[in-house]
Design a protein around this ligand. Structure first.
Ligand SMILES: *Cc1c(COP(=O)(O)O)cnc(C)c1O
Length: 354
């Protein structure tokens, strides 16, 4: 492993930075000058290097394309007013990545490559991090199977790659949400708790169906009764009922353990709210709405942080929320932003400096 820790760097001869503007960069459109690529074979990570950003050459029989061993992470780094750069909770993403890897029968990626390589890469492409309000650097680590054999078995070779994308404000207008009763994102014993590419592939058709009905996203429910609430699109979901924050619990393995979710739980407690992680039945939500105790609902995730929801529809019952009057979601977002931009103390040790 010692050669691996010594990550070799081949610098680009010409930066592409001046061709593109960092200001208001759309999410995930532009990529920095360099990327990290590590190779796994014969039971070990044999190389890790930083090279100019470039296309990968892939065999048509590539295992990931046929049988889906492919996982990823999403992380953000921020530059503050004094040009300090911090990454938000990357060690939590590192741990979650290896949880996904184990479930998908893929090798663990060592911390030297995941975190060490990420820091080195970000440092090299530091100029690409927008120091503008509400901007960030989106970090996308991913791993996929590279065996070039059409046989259904765990691949023996893998690539781990990190790419970086500067991104402008990810404005999320208050969403209209359709409670999904036909399709399912995750089942007990399945892979809902992993960040594997297939979960996203499977979500697209139901999402487009909901769009056709005028909704932005679906609220996923359990596969048996279609009553127990899971996640909203690819975000975790919180309900504010009687001034208590309620979010689905993780133990069934059907919820992705969001790092924004975990951060939100901490910060909501700091704000003086009680937080409950438990099973939530749609009937309870409807009763609370009718009793006027259900005041806010929002999604959490790295890309948008907090996305407010203005409408929830279950069968023919429509619940409306005046998000202009929301108190909790905007304060939560502000507090999380302040921690990330080093405007509030980092009392939980969430920031990793570069
Ligand atoms: C990535 C993801 C989230 C959000 O996780 P964060 O760590 O907060 O970005 C939530 N749900 C699903 C299904 C996801 O893939």
């Amino acid at each position: 492993m010692s050669e691996v820790m010594d990550i070799k760097v081949t610098q680009t001869v010409k930066t592409r930075l001046h061709d593109q503007s960092l200001e208001n960069a759309p999410f995930g459109h532009y990529f920095t000058d360099h990327m990290l690529v590590a190779e796994y074979k014969n039971g070990a990570w044999v190389s890790a290097e930083i090279v100019p950003y470039q296309p990968l050459q892939l065999d048509p029989s590539l295992a990931a394309l046929h049988y889906g061993q492919s996982i990823f992470e999403g992380i953000k780094a921020y530059k503050d007013d004094t040009d300090n750069v911090v990454i938000f909770r990357p060690l939590d993403n590192f741990k979650r990545f290896n949880i996904s890897a184990q479930r998908m029968q893929m090798p663990d990626v060592p911390e030297e490559i995941f975190i060490g390589g990420m820091k080195k890469l970000i440092d090299l492409d530091r100029n690409w991090i927008p120091g503008i309000a509400n901007h960030s650097l989106y970090i996308r680590p991913f791993m996929f199977a590279t065996d070039a054999i059409l046989g259904v078995k765990p691949s023996e070779t893998y690539k781990f790659v990190i790419i970086l994308s500067p991104s402008g404000p990810y404005f999320s207008a208050p969403m209209r949400i359709y409670v999904e009763e036909k399709y399912t994102r995750a089942v007990t014993g399945g892979v809902g708790f992993t960040k594997n590419a297939g979960n996203y592939g499977a979500s697209m058709h139901p999402t487009i169906k909901a769009r056709e009905l005028g909704y932005d996203q679906v609220l996923w429910t359990d596969s048996v009764e279609h009553k127990y609430l899971q996640e909203v699109g690819m975000m975790n979901v919180f309900f504010i009922i009687n001034n208590v924050a309620i979010t689905p619990s993780l133990e069934e393995g059907t919820i992705l353990a969001g790092i924004t979710r975990d951060s939100a739980i901490q910060v909501l407690k700091d704000m003086g709210l009680n937080v409950e992680e438990r099973k939530i039945n749609i009937d309870e939500i409807i009763d609370a709405y009718k009793a006027n105790t259900f005041t806010e609902v929002f999604g959490t995730g790295t890309a948008a942080t907090i996305s407010m929801i203005k409408e929830l529809r279950y069968k023919d019952f429509v619940m409306n929320f005046n998000t202009d009057e929301s108190k909790i979601a905007p304060e939560l977002k502000q507090r999380l932003d302040d921690i990330r931009k080093s405007k509030a103390p980092d009392k939980y040790g969430w920031l990793v400096k570069i």
